[in-house]
Structure formats: C-alpha cells, structure tokens
Design a protein around this ligand. Structure first.
Ligand SMILES: NC(=O)c1ccc[n+]([C@@H]2O[C@H](COP(=O)([O-])OP(=O)(O)OC[C@H]3O[C@@H](n4cnc5c(N)ncnc54)[C@H](O)[C@@H]3O)[C@@H](O)[C@H]2O)c1
Length: 291
C-alpha cells in the first residue's frame, strides 16, 4: 500500500511540523485541531517556515505554493479520517485524549488506513487496543523542529504488522526522514535519554552548579550536543517534558523522578518558548531574549 492522503490531528508544536513535511512531500494533508486559533497559527507557521527555506535556498517559490496547496486545515476529524490512508495523532500526551482521537479515527477511517501516534511515551500496544485495527497502529515518533530533525522512531505494538511498519518506513522516507525500528519499552530510545539528560540539567540548575547559560554551553561545546538540555527543554515545552518524566518515573522507577524546579516552572506557567518564558525568556515570535 502507498499512502496518498494524510490527516494530522493536533496543530501544536509537533502536529504543525508533521503536516508541513507531509504536504511538502506532495501528500494532500489535512491538519485537525479543536482550536481555530491553533489552525490559523499552524498555517502561518507553514508559510514562515517555507519562506525561511526559500531564503536559505532549500525551497523554491513553486515548491512553497505546492506545499500550501497540499495543506488543509479543519476541525472535522471524522471527515478527514474517512478520506485518509494515514492518520497521525499529535494531541497532548494524555491517555484519554489520545484514546478519544484514535477511537474517532478508527470509527470513520477506511479499513486499510494506518493510525499512527506521535506519542513520546505511551505504549503502542495500549494505543492499538483503543481501536479495532491494532495491526495497523504504531508509534511514528517525530522530533522537534520536525522540518529539520531527520529521524522518525517507529515503535511496534504487540499486534503491529510488518506491512504497517513497512508503509510507515516508506512514507517517512518520502517526508525526507530516516527511520529506526524500536521495540516497545517505556520511553523508546530517544525520550528516555532526553528526559534523563534534561532532568539532570534541571537538578544542576536547582543546585546552583552553574548558570543555565553555562550548563547549556558546557554540554554543547564539551559534549558536542547541538543544543543545550535547558534550551532544548524550552523548545520541547517544559510541560511536555514534565509529563514524560512523570510517566517514566511511574513505569521505570526512581531515577526519572522530575526535578522539583521543573515542577515549579510548570506550575508557574513557564512552559518554554511557546509561553514566552521557560528557563529563558522569548519574544512573542519565539525568539530568545538575549541578556
Ligand atoms: N514537543 C515536542 O518536542 C515533542 C516531540 C516528540 C513528540 N511529542 C509528542 O507529540 C504530541 C503533541 O505534543 P505537542 O508538543 O505538539 O503538543 P501541543 O500542546 O503543542 O499541541 C497539541 C495540540 O493538540 C490540540 N488538541 C487538543 N485536543 C485535541 C483534540 N481532541 N483533537 C484535535 N486537537 C486537539 C491542541 O489544541 C493543540 O493545538 C504529544 O504526544 C507529545 O508527547 C512532542
């Protein structure tokens, strides 16, 4: 089977990025959200990302027009799922929300349609159990910012078929990504390592080991990470990071207990780049405010 049409559910940080690479790959893509504001912002984001691509010589004006032509937004998941070969959900990391979206997509999508989830932590077997097609359910885990990050981590559930994995590999390649196949285990490969490194950086900040800037600089220049763990946390969203850590703490034990300072930042609404303040401060356009 070859994917011809895609629905992406959730127009937040990840969903808008996934819809962008999907439309850019020439796939008619419908981006769904419950919030009109998020849908408008996602479409603006696609235009801006394409414009930056043009400035950098990575995209032509004609490719931008084609991309925007392939990108549709809607609040009607039922209709979009009914017309799609692949539905990728990227709603917040809450089990009941994901269950609701998967049940709706399952009830309305044709039998052949694959239902994928961009979850960072939740079991694909459990996600599959929310549907009547567990063999066509898998995790398709993208990274932020989606248009730049080259990996898709594919995680199989107990019932996921080889054909489903194969089709997801193919469509990921069409979207310009490389894939790895991971067996089901809490946190897969990437979320587990990233959550642990990010949490440790918060512990260090709390203990006064160094300033945020110096922790990030040390990890970038000393360990050759492309971004520091604290600036990455702000990019990912500190609320999303805390959710992941709570889940890993529950499933894998004590070493994933969230740092108290991270919990405090999230309580204060300091979610990172998307809320204008996290470890660092950001402008309304999401640019870092230099001190
Ligand atoms: N942020 C990251 O760096 C990152 C990386 C990899 C995976 N993920 C995973 O991707 C998923 C989405 O994360 P995010 O950071 O993009 O979240 P986000 O909060 O930025 O966006 C979620 C979007 O879903 C929408 N939404 C909520 N309920 C909905 C519903 N019932 N139907 C349709 N839309 C609905 C919200 O309005 C919002 O626009 C999560 O599972 C997260 O764990 C996040």
């Amino acid at each position: 089977m070859k994917i011809q049409k895609v629905t992406v559910v959730g127009a937040g940080v990840m969903g808008r990025g996934i819809a962008y690479v999907s439309a850019l790959a020439g796939l008619p893509t419908t981006l769904i959200d419950v919030s009109e504001k998020q849908l408008l912002a996602a479409f603006e984001h696609a235009k801006k990302t394409a414009d930056k691509g043009i400035q950098r010589g990575k995209l032509t004006e004609a490719e931008k027009l084609k991309l925007l032509d392939h990108l549709h937004t809607s609040k009607d998941l039922e209709a979009a799922a009914a017309a799609s070969d692949l539905v990728i959900e990227a709603v917040p990391e809450k089990r009941d929300l994901k269950q609701n979206v998967l049940e709706t997509a399952d009830a309305h999508a044709p039998e052949h349609t694959i239902l994928a989830s961009n979850t960072s932590t939740i079991s694909p077997t459990e996600l599959g159990s929310f549907t009547k097609r567990p063999e066509r359910v898998a995790v398709m885990h993208f990274f932020n910012p989606v248009h730049k990050m080259r990996l898709v981590e594919i995680v199989r559930g107990l019932e996921t078929s080889d054909e489903t994995v194969h089709v997801i590999q193919q469509v990921s390649e069409q979207m310009g990504k490389e894939t790895v196949e991971v067996n089901e285990f809490p946190g897969f490969v990437t979320s587990r390592i990233s959550a642990l490194v990010g949490n440790e950086a918060f512990h260090m900040l709390q203990e006064g080991v160094a300033t945020a800037e110096d922790i990030d600089k040390a990890i970038k220049l000393g360990l050759n990470f492309p971004m520091g763990p604290l600036e990455l946390g702000d990019l990912v969203g500190l609320d999303a990071r805390l959710n992941n850590l709570k889940y890993l703490h529950e499933t894998l034990g004590e070493k994933y207990r969230p740092a108290p300072l991270l919990e405090q930042y999230v309580k204060a609404g300091r979610f990172g780049r998307k809320s204008g303040k996290g470890v660092y401060d950001y402008t309304e356009q999401g640019e870092l405010v230099k001190k």
